[in-house]
Write a protein that binds this ligand. Structure first.
Ligand SMILES: [Zn+2]
Length: 102
């Protein structure tokens, strides 16, 4: 099944959260175990997840029709159903698309 843009964005946010957890774990474990290897591995993992999150976000959080990047502020100021640039319907009214961030 084809993912909706909302699902891609959610995936991106989840990846970002994982990366934050890895960075936090790197700091905490590094402090606890005093092991630089631990810090490097966890921080590298965190960096990879952050990169993956950014790639997913920039590649897929865009209008499927006109390919314009969708505005980010919708995450904080309510959702939109149509592309603000070309008016393409990003979801149908009868679709139960879960637009939650997480
Ligand atoms: Zn569009």
């Amino acid at each position: 099944m084809k993912k909706t843009v909302y699902e891609w964005r959610r995936l991106s946010y989840r990846l970002l959260i994982v990366s934050c957890l890895l960075f936090a774990a790197a700091c905490w474990l590094g402090y606890q175990l005093d092991s630089m290897i631990c810090i490097y591995i966890l921080a590298a993992g965190g960096f990879l997840f952050m990169l993956a999150s950014a790639i997913v976000y920039y590649e897929f959080w865009r209008c499927p029709k006109c390919d314009a990047k969708l505005p980010n502020e919708s995450a904080f100021f309510g959702e939109f159903n149509c592309c603000p640039y070309c008016g393409y319907k990003l979801r149908n009214d009868h679709d139960q698309v879960d637009t939650n961030l997480l």
